[in-house]
Write a protein that binds this ligand. Structure first.
Ligand SMILES: [Zn+2]
Length: 308
C-alpha cells in the first residue's frame, strides 16, 4: 500500500484529543519525502499550520507496510526482544530497573518532594534527588506462565474482539473512553482491554484490567492486559493489543501465547495508584509519566538480544 492508500484505513484522532508534532517529526516518523507528505495532506491528513496530528502520523506509519517508518522499526525491534533469551517467555528473570521523573520547572524546581513509582514487584534500593529530577534504582523479578484458556465463552469473546477491532496508537485521554472505542473499532492496549473486560464481566467471568509496563528493549512502555479466572479455577492473562500486533509484526506462536499465558517481560503497576508522577510542581492537566529503563541481569548460560 502507498501511504495515501494507508491513510484510508487510519481512523483519525477525534479533534478534541489531537496533539501536534512539527513537520520535521512527521517526516522522521514516516521516513517519507516532503512531496509524499503534501500528497497525504491533499488526501486528507490533518495539518494545522505546519503541524501534524501525532497519533494519525504514528498509525499511518504503523500500517504503511513500508518497513521504514519509526513505528514499524520499533515493532521489528520488539519482535527481536521477543526472540531474545532463546524466545523463553516464562522463566523467572531478574532485571535492574531505573526509574526517573523530571519536573516541568527543571532546575528552578524548589521542591525535593517526590514519590517513588508504585510498582509492587520492584524493590527500590536507591533514590537520588537533584534540582528538578528524581531517580530511583532497584531490582525486579518477572516470570511468566504457559496456559491455555478452557472457557469457550472467553475464546468466543476473544475471537470476536480480534476480528472486529484493530490496534491503533491512541491518546491517553481517549483510551479509557469505551463508547469511543466501540464506535471507532480501534484502540491501544487499554482501550482494547476495556472492551474485552466489559464483554467478560457481562458473561459473569471475574476479570480485572492490570496496568503495567512491557519491556520492549531498554525503555519500558506503558501496557495493560486482562487477568481472569478461567473455568478450571486458574488465573490467566489475555493480551489483546499484543495479539493484534503479533498478526502484523510478531509470530503466530506469540499471538497464541497472548491468549492465556503471561510473559516474563512485564512489570505490574499498582492499579490503585495513578501512573503519573506525584510532585508539587505537577498540577492540573500537566500530567507527567514516570520513565523506566530495564536491564536484564544475565547468567552465563542465558543468551541476550544480540546473540539471538
Ligand atoms: Zn518541581
Amino acid at each position: 500500500m502507498t501511504l495515501v492508500e494507508t491513510l484510508g484505513v487510519v481512523v483519525p484522532t477525534p479533534p478534541e484529543h489531537r496533539t501536534w508534532i512539527p513537520e520535521v517529526e512527521a517526516l522522521d516518523t514516516l521516513r517519507c519525502t516532503g512531496e509524499e507528505l503534501e500528497q497525504l495532506v491533499a488526501a486528507g491528513l490533518v495539518r494545522d499550520g505546519g503541524r501534524y496530528e501525532n497519533y494519525d502520523v504514528w498509525n499511518l506509519g504503523l500500517l504503511s507496510g513500508s518497513g521504514r517508518s519509526r513505528p514499524e522499526r520499533e515493532m521489528v525491534f520488539f519482535a527481536r526482544v521477543l526472540k531474545s533469551f532463546g524466545a523463553d517467555w516464562v522463566s523467572r528473570r531478574r532485571y535492574e530497573i531505573t526509574g526517573w521523573a523530571e519536573c516541568p520547572r527543571a532546575e528552578d524546581c524548589p521542591s525535593r518532594d517526590w514519590v517513588a513509582p508504585a510498582l509492587p514487584d520492584v524493590v527500590w534500593e536507591q533514590e537520588q534527588i537533584q534540582p528538578g529530577r528524581a531517580e530511583w534504582r532497584g531490582q525486579v523479578v518477572s516470570s511468566g506462565m504457559h496456559a491455555t484458556v478452557r472457557d469457550p465463552r472467553v475464546r468466543d469473546a476473544w475471537n470476536h474482539l480480534l476480528e472486529q477491532y484493530r490496534f491503533h496508537f491512541t491518546p491517553a485521554s481517549l483510551s479509557p473512553d469505551m463508547a469511543s472505542t466501540l464506535r471507532r473499532r480501534v484502540g491501544d492496549c487499554e482501550a482494547l482491554c476495556r472492551v474485552l473486560l466489559r464483554d467478560l464481566l457481562d458473561l459473569g467471568i471475574p476479570t480485572e484490567l492490570e496496568p503495567g509496563y512491557i519491556f520492549g528493549g531498554a525503555r519500558l512502555r506503558r501496557h495493560a492486559w486482562l487477568r481472569f479466572a478461567d473455568s478450571d479455577g486458574q488465573s490467566k492473562v489475555l493480551d489483546p493489543s499484543m495479539a493484534l500486533l503479533a498478526e502484523m509484526f510478531f509470530t503466530p506462536e506469540y499471538k497464541e501465547f497472548c491468549f492465556g499465558s503471561s510473559i516474563n517481560r512485564v512489570i505490574r503497576r499498582d492499579s490503585g495508584k495513578e501512573a503519573f508522577v506525584t510532585h508539587p510542581c505537577v498540577t492540573g492537566d500537566n500530567k507527567i509519566y514516570y520513565e523506566f529503563i530495564l536491564r536484564p541481569i544475565r547468567s552465563a548460560q542465558e543468551s541476550g538480544i544480540t546473540a539471538s
